[in-house]
Design a protein around this ligand. Structure first.
Ligand SMILES: NC(=O)c1ccc[n+]([C@@H]2O[C@H](COP(=O)([O-])OP(=O)(O)OC[C@H]3O[C@@H](n4cnc5c(N)ncnc54)[C@H](O)[C@@H]3O)[C@@H](O)[C@H]2O)c1
Length: 317
């Protein structure tokens, strides 16, 4: 494992105005990193920046154009970052049948595409810097998934779906970014005492009931769940040791159990598709010669020619 053993010089964090994002800004600042605090709520980002001596920028992670401007601004004003923490996320609960198309649009835009854009914009910067022989700095992308990524829940169908997608995106991206010497980690916290529960949208519920449910959960987890500084420490650890997937809290580790047993094999399989492996597969296929099923393939090709339909269509019938 590679990992960033040196203190990262520059760290970018989304959703840095509260909760896990703010705690992560504090953790990296304590190490000596300079932190760019981005949040949809500029005032909240400003408070975190003041706390850590960093800079604040407004960013709605769901806005692809805003990401391009933000990435260009960071590069021009602060340089290429060493660590990017795609932390911003929202909660959404309630029965699947009550979710509207707009509900899905919003949570996918923030929780999944918000992470995709961050990895796209900064992943390119990190890969490009890695090609520069004069630069010895490595990069690391950290994506906030959740224990929800491997814990199905009828109460949070949209939330768990987006978090599972973030986890799998991180695994796939890790396989690709390895050739650019860029690490990718997915962090999977269980219940953490933050404001996310009071800010969660409860679909299909009238305002007062939704508020009550959010407040009750905030009270409960505020009493029993660990604070966001635990996740922040784990994020620092994941960057230092290049950890692929890191559950946080005992409950998250328990949920991760069975999944964890088979993940290393799946991670190897994720690498299939690169040039080298495809060339190796090609060579293997040539050495093995024509497959016995070749006749069937020829029949399909013949039909394709006769009917003028595509191979995919023929196979699908
Ligand atoms: N708290 C938990 O129990 C828990 C558990 C697992 C995963 N997570 C994940 O950790 C991340 C942080 O959660 P938290 O508990 O600190 O939440 P939080 O609600 O305390 O803080 C979220 C921050 O993100 C900002 N934000 C929201 N939408 C945004 C947008 N579109 N663009 C930019 N900023 C935006 C908010 O303004 C806020 O400052 C989320 O991705 C969440 O899903 C949290």
């Amino acid at each position: 494992m590679a990992g960033l053993r040196n203190v990262p010089e520059l760290v970018v964090i989304t959703g840095a105005g509260a909760g896990i994002g703010r705690a992560t800004a504090v953790a990296f600042a304590e190490l000596g990193s300079r932190v760019v605090c981005a949040d949809i709520d500029l005032a909240a980002a400003g408070e975190t920046a003041a706390l850590v001596g960093g800079v604040a920028r407004q960013l709605d992670v769901a806005d692809a154009d805003a990401w391009e401007h933000f990435g260009a601004w960071v590069r021009a004003e602060c340089g290429v970052p060493d660590v990017v923490v795609n932390n911003a996320g929202i909660g959404m609960g309630g029965p699947f049948l009550e979710h509207t198309a707009q509900d899905w649009r919003r949570i996918v835009d923030v929780n999944l595409l918000g992470v995709v854009h961050g990895c796209r914009v900064f992943g390119r910067q990190l890969a490009e810097r890695n090609r520069d022989p004069a630069s010895a700095r490595r990069g690391h992308l950290v994506n906030l998934a959740s224990a929800a990524a491997f814990t199905p829940s009828r109460g949070l169908p949209a939330y768990v779906a987006t978090k599972a997608a973030v986890l799998m995106l991180s695994e796939a991206l890790r396989a690709e970014m390895a050739e650019h010497d860029v690490g990718v980690s997915a962090i999977c916290p269980g219940f953490i005492a933050t404001d996310i529960y009071s800010a969660t949208t409860w679909v299909g519920e009238a305002g007062a009931a939704a508020l009550h449910r959010g407040a009750a959960l905030t009270g409960l987890f505020g009493r029993f769940a660990p604070g966001p500084d635990l996740v922040a420490r784990r994020i620092v650890l994941a960057v230092r040791w290049d950890v692929p997937v890191l559950p946080v809290t005992v409950g998250a580790w328990l949920a991760y159990g069975t999944y964890h047993l088979t993940t290393p094999l799946m991670r190897l399989a994720a690498r299939v598709g690169d040039e080298q492996t495809m060339r190796w597969l090609d060579g293997l296929a040539r050495r093995l010669g024509d497959p016995p099923a070749n006749a069937a393939v020829r029949v399909v090709s013949e039909k394709t020619r006769q009917n003028g339909v595509t191979h995919a269509q023929v196979v699908a019938r």
